[in-house]
Design a protein around this ligand. Sequence first.
Ligand code: AMP
Length: 608
Amino acid sequence: MKKFSELGVDTLILNAIQEMGYESPTPIQEQTIPVYLETQRDILGLAQTGTGKTAAFGIPLIQLVEPQSRAVQALVICPTRELCLQISKDLYAYSKYKPGMNIVSVYGGSSIEKQISEIKRGAQIVVATPGRLMDLMGRNAVRINEVSYVVLDEADEMLNMGFEEDVEYILSHTPEQKRVCLFSATMPREIRNIANRYMNSPVEISVGKSNSGNANITHQYATVHAKDKYAALKRYIDFNSDSIYAIIFCKTKNETQEISDKLIKDGYNADCLHGDLSQGQREKVMNRFRHHAIKILLATDVAARGIDVTALTHVIHFQLPDEIENYTHRSGRTGRAGKTGVSFTLLNMREGGRLKDIERLSNIKFERIMIPSAQQVRDKKLLAFTDTIINTEIEETIFDKEVERAIEALMMLDHKELVQKILSLELRRFSVDFVNDPDLNASGNDRSSGKEGSSSRGYKGNRVFVSLGKKDGFDIRSFKDWVAELSGISWKNLHVDVSGVYSFVDAAPEHADKIITSLNGGEFNGRPVRAELSGDKPRGGGGGRGGYRGGEDRGGFGGDRGGDRGERSSDRGNSRGFRSGGSSERSSGGKRPYGKREMEGSGSRRRR
Ligand code: AMP
């Protein structure tokens, strides 16, 4: 991989982009920048948002324009106001150490007078949406007859939005002698026509369908009945709610508004972006989303253009887009900058064919997941809540007299009663109705991706509670290994959630039975292990689930006992100090010793 300095980029710009955190060029930059800087050729680039195309044309533009001249030397035309602002912001950042550079952005929905006066002050680079630029040209407020560089960004989107004639009008008013650089995510015939008419045997650069090749994105879908889509969406969000920062794509403005209103009413941190909102409203929503004040943004494809948010955890397709390319546009908004992301499609029974088309044409592999049951959502929240309590540091500095009094009052309660009350409070919103909510997964949709059922989430009766957790030195990986080893079920067929004091294993029903027989009634480092179907009432009298036992019982799980457990483990011949309950037919399994690291983990989070 080359360095920016090897592409012919000036030191002044190198310093600026280094400060922006650009360490090495992306593929589109590596291919475009030298052509732009070292030849006089036009450039036709096939690249999507997220590939770094703005810097691919932006860095050369900053380097090539003359700050001494105040005439418009470069014109960047793009489809939306958001993209316009984003491009000018980036250009401005690249030019940080190049004195005298003026970059002006002009777009609709904002004061034209202000833009006119900005241009009058002299701008070497104008970044514009077509409509507003035409308007300014009509008022003789901008002269583009001396431009040396024209960039058409997201050209296919400009055509989709009906700007073809405007773009041609603008181009026809630029001088014959100029360089044109066109970027597009797709290359339909109309774009080829523009290229033929306005470009001079351009160098063609393609970074391929970048997003389909983006290994950081997992593509998932779930099939539900159309009427259940909203309920399924909520379940999915609930299940992922600890981390979610998502854009949900809808097809129409009305749907976007409607789903957003419903989510807000149901207590979610959501808002929406679509063409019917005023510029002020759009800006407000965007800012709040950028600053994570809103975690879920509903948007139409057009409204989402130009949103530059790098840390999305999920892209959710409430409706699939009409155009297949738009699927990759959408999903490419997650999994950026080295982060992983999920692109999740909610499919109704009739949409399987469309997904298949996307799979085939975009070379994407989809994984079918099941919408989690309400019980699973509840369990996951319970797990997170228990962990939060266990891991909370006690802040004595805030304990004034009033707090002490409250503590005293609560200390009057029996230990177990107190815990029960706290959990009842937390779980109040998960009423019996909620737990008995119907399974939202539609069966019978037999898409051929071959992965159906590969994730067991949501199957009824296949969630196994196990009374061991992080306190026992497990993390997700080691727990999965351990269950696989003892039950003889492949690692791939197990999904686990590991909490501080207990865990859950999701598996197909026949596997769940095997796990229970393998684990239940055994002993782990002298402690009885309970494994049972989640949701079952605890067996036996009074003791509750093993995982909830008091601190005294669990004293033996500190790091100092690690060696002791290790010995017992090897004595017994089962990994990790497990002693069989005698009822199971366990696989012989390997006798893999577990690392000290995991054992030590248990010591650091001792209960207080
Ligand atoms: P774009 O495709 O131009 O919208 O860029 C996508 C994102 O990648 C933006 O947030 C850029 O700031 C970022 N970016 C562009 N080039 C680089 C680079 N060479 N290194 C790191 N980040 C980059």
